[in-house]
Design a protein around this ligand. Structure first.
Ligand SMILES: *Cc1c(COP(=O)(O)O)cnc(C)c1O
Length: 447
């Protein structure tokens, strides 16, 4: 394997960072017992080898994307200081980097004035958005499609809010007719619109939900934990593009830099259009440090300790790869999308497969042809195993049978689910590996 440039750069700049503190008197430290550490690290390397090759283009299964080398290097560098972004005293430099990094994300959605910060991930970011939503509409319900992330139901439970599931159509998108019936009751306080569902990247019809919101007066939260960055690309279908074009009209948005933003885990982001919601976060803790009159991140975040290193890594990545439509970052996403379109084409032409809905982003699902649903599910598992034996790693998903058309299986009921194959083509390199992926997949399916 090639030498990782991140390691070389880290070795170059860590001493630079340490130099900044070299005027301090030498302090005895416990010292690191090199040999003992060496032994343990050898075990770590051995244990970590027991993984799927998430970094490789032949890993085309779940939502896993390697962090950019700049993010790894910046994260490691900042971690030597290990700042805590819960307060300016704990993470002076990295709090500023967080404010700047979040500003770039907000600008991507066209927001100049907003309230926002990083979180440990999408789940917590959504929880904050729902917590604010609950304060603004006490006693009202949260509605999300049955394809929304599974944590939304749980989050509502934690917050003591009632949750209603809205059916999705045969392409996995929220059924607005069903939503309208629900909001007419006046019981819905907030609608969660998912732009890029986790299972298949479906894009809910945000423009129609916004129309209903104007008529019935509910809050709109966009969960774009997975899909948010697709705001920057132009090679998505017209309906998805219309939804992304209007994302800035939502009341709150969640996007996960640790999904498509090239970051290590521990990096979600929540944004509110109205900065005044900051009033809900007010707390008076004897532990927080108030050496600054600036509003610090701990005052606008539900979580306390958060890695300043995560903010530093995000800031560095955005510096290298700005979040602009014509930039290299957007081009990488567009390649993922193109890879999905291409693989979908191959799957559709192949006799042994049943393609799912046309992918809206870079996630596809497909089933294996068979007389019965049970047989199809069984064969999907076999293809999954046979592909893995070819070093091609896919995922399995349980999805509504209706995604594959009506009457394709003689034992299918309207609400039946089928186990199918799923592939998330998140890496730009998936595009040039499409041919190789297809070669291995068709070998695995040919039995
Ligand atoms: C991944 C995801 C989440 C959860 O985010 P985590 O970062 O895994 O906590 C929520 N919503 C959507 C749409 C997602 O794809």
């Amino acid at each position: 394997m090639k030498q990782d440039p991140a390691l070389e750069l880290l070795a170059e700049f860590l001493p630079e960072l340490q130099k900044a503190f070299s005027h301090l008197p030498e302090a005895e430290s416990a010292g690191a017992p090199r040999n003992a550490m060496r032994e343990v690290l050898a075990q770590v390397a051995g244990r970590m080898a027991d993984n799927y090759p998430y970094f490789h283009p032949l890993y085309a299964g779940q939502m896993l994307k390697p962090p950019h080398p700049i993010a790894r290097a910046a994260y490691a560098l900042a971690m030597w200081i290990n700042p805590n972004n819960h307060a300016l005293d704990g993470g002076r430099a990295s709090s500023r980097l967080e404010v700047e990094a979040v500003r770039e994300i907000a600008a991507m959605f066209g927001w100049m004035e907003y309230l926002g910060h990083l979180t440990s991930g999408g789940t917590f970011a959504n929880l904050e958005a729902m917590w604010v939503a609950g304060q603004l509409a006490p006693g009202k319900k949260i509605a999300a499609s049955d394809q929304a992330h599974y944590t939304h139901g749980r989050i509502s439970g934690v917050l003591g809010l009632q949750f209603v599931s809205v059916p999705a159509d045969e392409r996995g998108r929220m059924d607005v007719g069903a939503l309208e019936k629900l909001v007419r009751t006046g019981e819905i306080g907030t609608v969660v619109v998912t732009l890029g569902t986790t299972s298949m990247g479906a894009v809910d019809p945000l423009p129609k939900v916004l129309e209903l919101s104007a008529r019935y007066g509910f809050r709109v939260h966009v969960d774009a934990a997975y899909g948010g960055y697709f705001k920057l690309v132009s090679n998505i279908g017209p309906e998805a593009a219309e939804a992304f074009a209007r994302i800035g009209e939502a009341d709150s948005i969640v996007v996960d830099p640790h999904k498509h933003g090239l970051q290590p885990y521990g990096c979600g982001c929540v944004l509110f259009r109205d900065p005044a919601v900051g009033r809900f976060y007010k707390h008076d803790s004897p532990y927080t440090y108030f050496t600054s009159s600036e509003l610090h991140l701990g005052e606008i975040s539900l979580e306390c300790s958060r890695a300043g290193a995560a903010a530093t890594a995000l800031w560095a990545t955005e510096k290298l790869l700005p979040l602009v439509p014509e930039g290299e970052f957007a081009a990488g996403l567009a390649r993922s999308r193109e890879a999905a379109v291409r693989l979908y084409g191959k799957i559709s032409e192949y006799d042994g497969f049943l393609p799912g809905p046309e992918p809206e982003l870079d996630i596809l699902v497909w089933a294996v042809k068979a007389d019965t649903l049970q047989e199809s599910s069984q064969r999907a598992k076999e293809v999954f195993d046979r592909a893995a034996a070819e070093d091609l790693h896919l995922a399995l998903a349980q999805v509504p049978a209706k995604y594959f058309g009506a009457n394709v299986w003689r034992d299918a009921q309207p609400e039946s689910k089928v186990t199918c194959l799923r592939s998330v083509l998140m890496k730009p390199e998936h595009l040039e590996w499409c041919g190789e992926i297809w070669k291995r997949l068709s070998r695995a399916a040919n039995f």
